[in-house]
Design a protein around this ligand. Structure first.
Ligand SMILES: Cc1cc2nc3c(=O)[nH]c(=O)nc-3n(C[C@H](O)[C@H](O)[C@H](O)COP(=O)(O)O)c2cc1C
Ligand code: SF4
Length: 393
């Protein structure tokens, strides 16, 4: 407990308010040079899925269109994440600089910050920051405008295509993919959409070069990442750590000495039980280095006083509530899962019924239309398989 094994990084929140010089320096480079820098850094999206950021910008820059857009996804709806609001509070100019440079590279003149409804209290200060930033853009003859679009508190509107629909004044429902946003995004135009933290990292990369970023982390998961750490920990909060750490090292630093599980990536992420702490790493390495879990940064610790049945039940209630209802596997599947685990816990169904529910989550993974319905399987399977005894009557 509290061993300080993991190096604390301070790149994101380090106050380097001189965004003008970063912009100026970057504007002297060609678009190809900037994209190559981003690709060389190995930066992957910090919103959860880990798509390579340089590639996303490159693909969008290659599209021919009369207008394009840059959108900062500040919906921050995953249970257990609270880092993006802190970036927007402390270093919003880094995000704005990343957006403006993305605009120059892809050929977009308009950017939007899609701000979570519950973060309305940030709006006033954010608008002041935007106004100041806009003046710098004008001075540097960079034609790029940023506006804030207020979300309204629906988790699904953090999904990129549902977010576009909501911005277009429609119900926030995911679209079919492909086409992807790089081709067909906001208003059907090529759009780069990035998480707040991803954009803040581009500031570091454009300021110091790809090397400083790539020196951190491990292969395929370069750089640092902000983690929102909560639950049974004596030191909850937001920490910037290198990617690639084992859950064991994480628990040694942040656990309370009695950690029985860590939920990595929020309700849509994975539950790691104590016996797998050592073999599980945090990052986007795929299966190359044992088990590696991607995360938008939510890390929730649970000690032995916690009921994993209650945890799963809570997550399922969340998904049932937040499902947009558009497709059957998710709309009906989430209902069946919650009713199913309740029936098993009451003793109305025997333990073997859990196998049917596990099979249902596999079906949802393969057939649900978007990441919400597909990812219910992550927490369901990892909690039921590792804490089966807590699920039954
Ligand atoms: C249900 C759902 C909710 C999501 N919510 C968010 C969110 O709040 N913030 C975010 O950045 N990405 C969220 N995403 C991921 C976005 O769809 C998208 O992948 C991300 O904004 C891309 O940015 P990145 O490449 O910088 O990570 C969500 C995805 C799903 C399926
Ligand atoms: S998976 Fe769920 S949230 Fe996604 S489109 Fe289907 S019903 Fe809507």
């Amino acid at each position: 407990m509290g061993k300080n094994i993991l190096k604390r990084i301070d790149l994101i929140f380090k106050d380097e308010a001189d965004c003008k010089s970063v912009l100026k320096k970057s504007l002297q480079k060609t678009n190809d040079e900037l994209i190559n820098e981003l690709i060389a850094s190995g930066l992957k999206g910090r919103g959860g899925a880990g798509f390579p950021t340089g590639l996303k910008w490159k693909l969008t820059s290659e599209q021919k269109a009369d207008s394009k857009y840059v959108i900062c996804n500040a919906d921050e709806g995953e249970p257990g994440t609270f880092k993006d609001r802190e970036i927007l509070t402390q270093v919003p100019y880094k995000v704005l600089t990343g957006m403006a440079l993305c605009g120059r590279i892809i050929g977009a003149k308009q950017g939007f910050i899609y701000l979570r409804g519950e973060y309305k209290y940030l709006l006033k200060d954010l608008n002041v920051e935007i106004e100041n930033f806009q003046a710098i853009c004008q001075e540097l003859k960079l034609n790029f405008k940023v506006d804030v679009f207020m979300g309204y508190g629906a988790y699904i509107c953090g999904e990129e295509s549902a977010l576009f629909e909501s911005m277009e004044g429609k119900r926030g429902e995911p679209r079919n993919k492909p086409p992807y946003p790089s081709e067909h995004g906001y208003l059907g135009k090529p759009t780069v959409i990035n998480n707040v933290e991803t954009l803040a990292h581009t500031f570091t990369i454009f300021q110091y070069g790809a090397g400083k970023f790539k020196d951190l982390g491990v292969q395929d998961s370069y750089g640092s990442k902000l983690f929102s750490i909560s639950g049974d920990t004596p030191i909850p909060g937001i920490y910037e750590l290198e990617l690639g750490m084992t859950v064991e090292d994480f628990v040694n630093d942040f656990g309370d000495g009695d950690t029985k599980a860590v939920q990595v990536g929020g309700a849509s992420g994975f539950c790691v039980p104590r016996k797998k702490f050592r073999e599980t790493r945090i990052g986007y390495q795929g299966k190359l280095t044992g088990i590696s879990l991607p995360t938008g940064g939510s890390m929730m610790l649970f000690n032995s006083s916690r009921s994993m049945y209650n945890l799963l039940s809570n997550y399922l209630e969340f998904f049932t509530e937040e499902s947009c209802g558009q497709c059957t596997p998710c709309r009906v599947g989430t209902q069946q899962l919650i009713e199913g685990i309740r029936a098993v816990k009451r003793g109305d169904k025997n333990a073997a019924y859990l196998e049917k529910l596990l099979a249902l989550t596999e079906t949802m993974k393969g057939t649900a239309k978007c990441g919400l319905g597909q990812s219910v399987a992550n927490s369901f399977q990892s909690i039921v398989e590792n804490f089966r005894e807590e699920m039954i009557f």
